[in-house]
Design a protein around this ligand. Structure first.
Ligand code: C5P
Length: 233
């Protein structure tokens, strides 16, 4: 079966969606939890498919749910579904291995960022296309961030003006991401971290409030509100 969106597109989007979602409370794997009556993953894939540069989407699903996720997404967009791994990094590596020849830009996008606007997907891809090897969408940090140690004792206060909150999609030249995963060590929480370890410059572009990661019950309530208020596309 062919799983292409735009055959002239130059972007593959990898969607790690194999997490348990423990912080959301007991229930189905996070990507399959309902948001306004549809799984988070359906919302995410619908927005990815609406980005015109996207050639291929590869979803890393919980191993037990590969067939049901394939069936669930078939009416939304043509996608490749692979079993994810125990860590996010392993899920991304499994999805990367399934990208067919063609796309030279690879975006990695959390299923949990279900309301990410297609325009953000396009702007990250455009920054890679313009010559950057690695691109991350970021927002300024509004809270003061402190490093704490044992006993919740404060160790240090970071300079907030130099901090950014990092979102997905993170975009890479395909060869750069492939090389980073081939030599990956301990699992990291994002892919730009792997690429940084290779000494590759990572550039920031403006993120979007709508690309919030649905992680805790409050995030789910906020996402429901944004959708019902017609504020999320
Ligand atoms: O756990 P965290 O919030 O960092 O997860 C971010 C994304 O990575 C989620 O979309 C989740 O489904 C995915 N993930 C995965 N495989 C894992 C753990 C997380 O695909 N083993």
């Amino acid at each position: 079966m062919t799983a292409q969106l735009n055959p002239r597109g130059d972007v593959a989007v990898l969607v790690p969606a194999a997490g348990a979602g423990v912080r959301l409370g007991p229930g189905a794997p996070k990507a399959l939890r309902p948001l306004a009556g549809e799984p988070l993953l359906v919302h995410a894939v619908r927005r990815i498919a609406a980005a015109p540069s996207v050639h291929t989407v590869v979803v890393a699903a919980p191993a037990a749910d590969v067939d049901s996720v394939q069936a669930m997404l078939a009416p939304v967009a043509p996608v490749i579904v692979v079993p994810g791994g125990a860590e996010r990094q392993a899920s991304v590596a499994a999805a990367l291995a399934a990208v067919p020849a063609g796309p030279e830009i690879v975006l990695v996008h959390d299923a949990a960022r279900a309301l990410t606007p297609p325009a953000l997907i396009e702007s990250v891809a455009a920054a890679v296309r313009s010559g950057h090897d690695a691109v991350i969408p970021v927002l300024p940090v509004v809270d003061t961030i402190k490093e704490v140690g044992a006993g919740e004792l404060v160790l240090a206060t970071a300079d907030r003006s130099a901090l950014r909150a990092v979102q997905t999609p993170q975009g890479f030249r395909r060869a750069v991401l492939t090389a980073a995963h081939a030599t990956a060590g301990d699992p990291l929480t994002d892919d730009a971290g792997l690429v940084e370890k290779q000494g590759v410059p990572v550039v920031c572009v403006p993120g979007s409030e709508y690309a919030l990661k649905v992680t805790r019950p409050f995030d789910l309530a906020l996402a429901e509100h944004l959708l019902s208020a017609g504020q999320a596309g």
